[in-house]
Design a protein around this ligand. Structure first.
Ligand code: T1G
Length: 693
């Protein structure tokens, strides 16, 4: 962040030095802040008039961590540890006054103070693991000495913050201050001085870590519990090892271990990918031709048309955000089924401790079911989630156009269809937009906001803001078949289907992507979603493998068989000799040449390069604003592993020139489908990165 000459102020009030950091927007520990804090702490320590120090921050939050924009470059002095030691070595009492979020280096700074007081809404966290790092300013060694190794593991390896009450309960905060925080902190430290309280440094405490010394079971149990979510990530396991060091080693040796592990992580590609993604997610919220502050609709009431899987999930999103919603279905049976599914989802979440029974009823109370589209008359926003057929959606929008109030935003949840064609049947195309939620809508965080050619700026801004209010990550996309995510998915699926016809077993195709870090491959995903989506038994002609499987009753997990076999009651996919036979027969009927030497590298290239190529076309056509937006779509919409940045980040890691050269080889072998996109050729020719586009 740009240097602010006065980013750290020192005021002495009746013997109490109040040091205030002012480095908007989040008081990150930029170099000038580290320098200023060292200077002011040394000044206060050397001032005989000063008996104690309060460290506070201006603006909306205490220090929210290191300045991530400084990463990837040599850290300018003073380093984190020099700054931490100035606090830790203070001969006078130091109290951190915490509001907003004390995160990462911010919490580590507070841990180097003798005491911490907090505003009631303050939050405390070490989220470095989400950036592919471990804490790098002593947090891995100090936090366990305050809260104990078990709580420290959860805070450091999972990376979620805790609130002030929980911090107080764990001894991380010494007092919660109602009213003016700085005044409260000054009063607190005056009492410390008056009472002559001993100044115990956290580094010298052993009471919370000694009991766990030698207890490897604690750490192994934690590893086991987190194994599935840690799969493929490097930082979580590394973070566990730093907490083990805090338990097993003396402080200074533990610090050496932390620094060694921090350096290894910081130099790795996963950290670079996750830090890239941190900024990518925030960039996605910025729309160049729609200024921040564009008027948005105040959504007080929503209507969702359709109570199936998507409509029900979307209705839950509104209820979860406290917005009353009417869910409209065509028949009482469909409506009751949809409402029952919603109740079951909430009760399952409550059974897992995610929400309380009271919250279940509270949220259900916000969802009303109706058979009457007249409910749209009361709506500020209507989300259509009816059958994925253009004519059906158009008919719905004709009716909504006649019913919804003039100010209402009319959104379609279509996953691929032409939003302009839907808007065109209304008298208000400027109020029509796409909000493509991802299934299950109440869980997946991505919403592709599909900007129609006539969507007004206010409509776009409302859809983006509403998505965030629903806890989603919105990405603005343009109109084309499949928008961004599905258009790239379709390209991958086409090649996956060819691969199995050419002899690559379906489970091997899936394994390549699973081992790369995706939650599942294309065929396991098809079985999960159901092979018969959009399939019609009357018109089926066995012209694709998928049709043949459906005709054979193999429609996915729900029928116990799809591309895979499933034991009764199990969702574990097992390779199916029956399917291999169906594929082989299909290929023979078409005299397709099959090979048994399709290796994993070839499978990977043939699955991922078409996605990258389609991504380049999407960029060139302006369907996505940035390459990083495409990555946000794939991480939040399809589970692309965040430690690999996204398909376009990965393309740059592989090298665009290398991808183009490989595509040309495949074009020679498989035809013009493999012709590199013009943008890829241009970027390759410039020796540049596509991520900069
Ligand atoms: N460094 C640089 N810029 C940051 C930043 C940071 N730590 N945090 C936020 N920003 C920018 C952000 O890009 C955006 O910029 C603006 O501030 C508002 O952010 C040594 C090594 C604090 C909870 O991981 O979680 O400490 O888009 O939109 O929703 O061990 O920001 O406006 O130009 O997110 O109110 C550890 C990361 C760092 C915290 C506020 N700390 N930040 O959320 O605003 S590593 C973190 C957040 C570390 C030490 C290690 C959130 C927030 P722009 P925002 P918000």
């Amino acid at each position: 962040m740009a240097a602010k000459p006065d980013s750290v102020q020192l005021d002495v009030r009746d013997g109490i030095a109040v040091i205030t950091i002012d480095n908007p927007p989040v008081n990150a520990l930029s170099r000038h802040v580290r320098q200023g804090l060292c200077d002011k702490m040394r000044e206060a320590a050397g001032d005989p008039a000063v008996t104690a120090v309060v460290l506070a921050c201006a603006g909306r939050t205490f220090i929210a961590g290191a300045d991530i924009t400084e990463f990837g470059k040599p850290l300018q002095p003073p380093g984190f540890l020099e700054m931490i030691d100035v606090l830790d070595d203070s001969p006078k009492p130091v109290v951190a006054a915490i509001h907003g979020t004390a995160l990462g280096g911010g919490l580590e700074t507070a841990l180097a103070c003798h005491f911490r007081v907090a505003a009631p809404s303050a939050r405390f966290g070490l989220p470095e693991v989400k950036l592919g790092l471990c804490p790098g300013a002593g947090g891995t060694q100090r936090l366990p000495r305050v809260v104990g190794p078990e709580k420290a593991l959860e805070m450091i390896v999972v990376g979620n913050p805790i609130g002030a009450p929980e911090a107080l309960a764990h001894g991380l905060a010494d007092e919660i201050v109602e009213g003016d925080l700085t005044e409260g902190a000054v009063a607190f430290v005056r009492r410390v001085v008056a009472e002559g309280r001993p100044l115990v440094r956290i580094r010298d405490r052993d009471d919370k870590v000694a009991p766990a010394r030698g207890d490897s079971a604690l750490f192994d149990a934690f590893r086991k519990k987190r194994a599935r979510r840690m799969r493929g990530f490097e930082a979580p396991e590394a973070c566990i090892r730093t907490v083990e060091a805090a338990v097993e080693l003396p402080f200074d040796e533990g610090m050496d271990r932390e620094q060694e592990i921090f350096g290894q992580l910081m130099g790795g590609v996963q950290a670079r990918a996750q830090q890239y993604f941190f900024f990518s997610e925030r960039e996605a919220a910025k729309i160049p031709d729609i200024p921040r502050g564009t008027a948005t609709l105040d959504v007080k009431r929503a209507v969702v048309v359709g109570g199936g899987a998507m409509g029900g999930g979307i209705s839950m999103c509104f209820a979860n955000a406290g917005i009353p919603v009417s869910m409209v279905e065509m028949s009482r049976e469909a409506l009751d089924r949809g409402l029952a599914t919603i109740r079951r989802n909430y009760e399952n979440t409550a059974a897992r401790g995610g929400i309380t029974a009271g919250q279940v009823e509270e949220r259900l109370g916000l969802i009303s079911g109706t058979l009457d589209l007249e409910a749209a008359r009361e709506a500020d926003v209507v989300v259509e989630a009816v059958y994925e057929e253009l004519e059906v959606k158009q008919e719905t929008f004709r009716r909504l156009d006649a019913l919804a109030p003039g100010h209402a935003v009319l959104a379609t949840n279509t996953s691929a269809l032409d939003v302009n064609a839907i808007a065109a049947v209304t008298a208000r195309p400027e109020s029509v937009i796409g909000t493509h939620f991802f299934s299950p809508a109440n869980i997946m965080r991505l919403v592709e906001v599909v900007r129609g050619e006539k969507s007004a700026n206010e409509t776009v801004a409302t859809a983006m803001a509403l998505s965030r209010r629903l806890g989603k990550v919105p990405v603005l996309v343009g109109v084309c078949h499949g928008f961004v995510g599905n258009r790239m998915l379709f390209a991958r699926q086409r090649e996956a289907n060819r691969l199995i016809l050419e002899g690559a077993p379906a489970h091997e195709v899936d394994a390549v992507l699973y081992e790369f870090g995706l939650p599942m491959g294309p065929f396991a995903m098809a079985d999960l979603a159901g092979l018969d989506l959009g399939w019609n038994a009357e018109t089926s002609t066995g012209s694709t493998i998928r049709e043949r499987l459906c005709e054979a009753g193999r429609r996915g997990q729900k029928t116990g068989a799809g591309y895979y076999d499933y034991e009764p009651g199990s969702r574990v996919p097992k390779p199916s000799p029956v399917v291999d036979g169906i594929i082989r027969k299909f290929a023979e009927e078409r005299q397709l040449r099959r090979r048994d030497d399709i290796g994993r590298d070839e499978i990977f290239e043939r699955l991922v390069y078409p996605m990258i190529n389609e991504g380049a076309k999407i960029l060139d056509e302006g369907i996505a604003l940035r390459a990083s937006d495409i990555d946000v779509v794939w991480v939040y919409g399809y589970g692309w592993p965040v430690y690999r940045g996204g398909p376009m980040f990965h393309a740059d890691e592989v090298g665009i020139e290398r991808i183009v050269a490989r595509m040309k080889e495949l074009e020679a072998a498989h035809g013009e489908e493999w012709r590199p996109a013009a943008l890829l050729e241009r970027v390759a020719g410039e020796g540049a990165r596509i991520g900069a586009r």
